[in-house]
Design a protein around this ligand. Structure first.
Ligand SMILES: [Zn+2]
Length: 110
């Protein structure tokens, strides 16, 4: 499973303590699969995801929405606005094997 993580994500986790912390938290969600609920999605002709939506249930904070659309992820939690990533997105990435597009992610933060 760990080998599926893109190198740039691994580097980001290594150099940013807050991001690393969110990555660790994502494993808590993953050990409780009912907290990561698929809602809907759309695939292209090659069976690749175009878009999807998940609901993440946090026992502390309630429900958050994670949306993916053509390389970009979005989450309704407050940390997402900081870094463009969060524990909820990390959970969905690991479940789906779909990671954000690096260029899109960093350009969308400007
Ligand atoms: Zn989030």
């Amino acid at each position: 499973m760990t080998s599926d993580i893109p190198d740039w994500i691994k580097e980001w986790i290594q150099k940013d303590r807050l991001v690393r912390n969110k990555f660790k938290i994502s494993h808590k969600y993953m050990s409780h699969p009912k907290r990561i609920q698929y809602m809907k999605g759309e695939k292209d002709d090659q069976n690749e995801w175009i878009s999807f939506k998940y609901m993440i249930i946090s026992t502390k904070y309630g429900k958050y929405w994670v949306r993916y659309n053509q390389g970009l992820y979005e989450c309704s939690c407050p940390f997402f606005k900081h870094r463009g990533i969060c524990s909820h997105i990390f959970s969905v990435c690991q479940v789906t094997g779909v990671w954000p597009d690096k260029e899109l992610l960093f350009s969308s933060k400007n």
